[in-house]
Design a binder for this molecule. Sequence first.
Ligand code: FUL
Length: 695
Amino acid sequence: MLKSVFISLALYLLNGLAGLAQTTPPQPVGPLPSENQLRWQKMEYYAFIHFSINTYTDMAWGLGNEDPKLFNPTNLDCRQWARICKEAGMKGIIFTAKHHSGFCLWPSKYTEYSVKNVPWRNGKADIVRELADACKEYGLKFGVYLSPWDRNHADYGKPEYITYFRNQLTELLTNYGDIFEVWFDGANGGSGYYGGANETRKIDAKTYYDWPTTYKLVRKLQPKIVIWNDGGDRADLRWVGTEAGYVGETNWSLLNATGDVPEEQLRHGVENGNAWVPGEVNTSIRPEWFYHEREDRKVKTLSQLMDTYYNSIGRNATLLLNFPIMPNGLIHEKDEKAALSFAKAVNDAFALNLAKNSRATASQVRGKSSMYDASKAIDNDTESYWATDDAVRNASLTIQFSKPTAFNRFLVQEPIRLGQRVKSFTVEALVDGNWKEIARETTIGYKRILRFPTVEATQLRLTILDAKGCPLISNLEVYKAPLILTSPVITRNQAGDVLIKSGDTESELYYTLDGSTPTARSNKYVDPVKTSSGKVEIKAIAYNPFTKQSSVVSEEKFDIAHTAWRILNTEARSAYQLLDGNPGTSWQQPKSQQMPADLVIDLGKEETLTGFRYLPAQNWWEEASIITHYQFDVSTDNKAWTRVSEGEFSNIKNSPFWQTKPFEPTKARYIKLRALKNTQEGSASGYAEVDVVTQ
Ligand code: FUL
């Protein structure tokens, strides 16, 4: 008896030891995220707020010489900003404490160019403080944007400026509580006021700022911070190479610690990079970062925002969505509405996890241990995970629904604490007894969400095809998201006809021309709408006759039609693509064209002009270059020309949207847009559209 007890005990112990050996936790596959990066990644969604002196001059970048008296946010309410961000599901706010103009929104003791010298509130305001307090009240984290380029400061370009910059950084990182992220934007257009010098100053961004010393200071003052920097030495987070609201589908959270980072790497990361530098998708809820009244009609639609969501958070990045503040100190109600309906749509899409009550099995389980079995991927705990034995690179996890289930979203996560591993995977659905591939993708990372047409299936199978180590999956979710009607796209061609296009094949289109809100009883769109050659204001909706749902209203205001316009500086027919109203087509000046390059247009008859508009070629990353510095002349006879506007299109490379330049009302029949400088030196200018604003 005693003997058999002894034998069972020995066997039990042996088994236990074997089990233990088998189920040692998987080794990390480096590089790995820091605790700060992990904490940041889990925030997923947070706000940017752009507000500065150039809010009052309607500019994308201040010049540095703006009079502080202009700054007058009579209804300033940082609690409104925080409330909206909180209700929108965001976890924090990053604020432009100082943008490129150099104007400080806190009373920095190192400069006079700040809120302390404005008549508003007798110079007693500190907007950084008000926002930091509001964030605390609403349970949001707080971050700051401090522009390294300072167009106001006399010392910019000299070593003294770096001391000034670090002093300001010290103020911001010492006096306002915990700061979760600091943003060092790399933009530098050269020219500025610079204390009255009014000149162009070139710096070598790689050496001038001495980032390693600044990073040390930042980490000393705020040990839990993450640093964003697109210009200098590798920081904690990376720019994704565009401000349009997406990162590459393949998205490694890795880069190389040294060397230049080409756009391709910003977009996709580097599979075998030696540093953990995850991507943050930064984009604005309107085309530009600062408030411009003309963009009140351009607030992103729900479907655009949903695309942004899936193309950022759904691709292993975070989303930093910007609100521009109006001159009165508030977020516009349209932006608020857009952000709240975006939050609701995200909640609706991910309301019911259909994988929750399913049964999960795996082709292979680490040490056959229940600690690492397939159920760990659906147990609602992202710290536990399904794992395979070390040698495995190819394995699958199947979930079986209790009944045939319709779904159109798939969400999957890796426990990135142990590194980003998966290189490629497929998702299949078991439909009528046959496996049907619904997605074949590359990376996963912290979170990957896939969209596909609704499929009804009894099982779903995730197959990891290749990984950098044994695959680990911490979470897997399945949803049936409601379909969202896409707002129609409205354009006007050169003949003056208005075209309305729907984003899907099922909906009907309705429009109005009298400013009223369209409904399913308004004009039904069948063919292009003929209009007079004058101005046209059109509103349109997509309407689903089955569900009786309407999309968000699209609106466009078109100035005079281009019917009689003629381009005089070239014979090329293709040049008329810049007058065709279609942002997707463009014309490029011949490469042989030396700078400056002129575009001359005959409007066909005399008009009273109050401005002009330029939309750069949208495929700027391929070939066509974008005009950054211009002159605009007008004439009544094509002989005597008057200059009505000149200057820069600020931030146009990152933000290639419509640029509108107003000027004093002037009668003219001929216009001349002269490109002085381009984004790509020595290359031809690209134009998607050129237009005028008439009185
Ligand atoms: C850019 C800046 O130049 C813009 O003005 C804006 O602040 C954006 C977030 O970064 O590069």
